[in-house]
Design a binder for this molecule. Structure first.
Ligand code: PGA
Length: 248
């Protein structure tokens, strides 16, 4: 059985001092972890956190990557630059990027492609809004979002990770029930199976108010291979209890 992957998404949080304290506590608490672990940190802190996680087993992740290779793209950070600083994972298409920065499915697919070309695993985020769920569009939306990435990346698709993050569950304290999440994960797995014979080795993470209390049940579902954790990744005790839940 593949190890579960627990990735923290710090979003726009942290400081030089608090990052150091958090990583120290995580490294000390995660020595016996049996899962894969990563922290996706603001770009400005990648250099600092690369040094802090060295030797800890915690991998470094970015929260975004440019869809362009290099050149006149002010403010952007390329996949090759991320790779130079030891970045192993990059979130692409987080709903906050889609919503506040107008990222289209095609742009997200391009970002995944740049990450893959640089040897970085893109964590492709998909998920429906509350209105879409209420209209019965959940499957259609997540399949459309994932299809763009499959279409652009061909056989390399076996090297991605996916995060199912219902938008209505992000930062709201509302979690998809284990059954609701498993249902969508199974849909995504079937879509990946149609695209690659290696679909079973792809991590499909659940994200959206995952916490110490609900992690065990969510992570025990057949197609939930880990978690993408926002709020609860900022407190060492909370993140460590999710890591413990993923280590059984
Ligand atoms: P949350 O965020 O755990 O705070 O809901 C998850 C995410 O947006 O990745």
């Amino acid at each position: 059985m593949k190890k579960k992957l627990i990735a923290g998404n710090w979003k726009m949080n942290g400081s030089v001092a608090s990052n150091e304290a958090l990583i120290q506590a995580l490294s000390a608490g995660a020595v016996d972890a049996q899962c894969l672990m990563a922290v996706c940190v603001p770009a400005i802190y990648l250099v600092q956190v690369q040094r802090l996680v060295a030797g800890s087993g915690i991998e470094l992740g970015a929260q975004d990557v440019s869809a362009h290779e290099s050149g006149a793209y002010t403010g952007e950070v390329s996949a090759a630059m991320l790779r130079e600083y030891g970045v192993r994972y990059a979130l692409v298409g987080h709903s906050e990027r889609r919503q506040y920065h107008g990222e289209s499915d095609a742009a997200v697919a391009g970002k995944a492609q740049r990450a893959l070309a640089a040897g970085i695993t893109p964590i492709v985020c998909v998920g429906e809004t509350l209105a879409e769920r209420e209209q019965g569009l959940t499957e259609e939306v997540v399949k459309r979002q994932l299809a763009a990435v499959i279409h652009t990346n061909g056989h390399c698709i076996s090297e991605i990770a996916v995060a199912y993050e219902p938008v209505w569950a992000i930062g709201t304290g509302k979690t998809a029930s284990p059954e609701q999440a498993q249902h969508v994960h199974a849909v995504l797995r079937a879509q990946l199976r149609a695209a690659t014979e290696h679909a079973d080795k792809i991590h499909i993470l659940y994200g959206g108010s995952m916490n110490a209390a609900n992690a065990v049940q969510l992570l025990s579902q057949a197609d939930i291979d880990g978690g993408l954790v926002g709020g609860a990744s900022l407190k060492a005790v909370d993140f460590l209890s999710i890591i413990a839940a993923a280590s059984v």
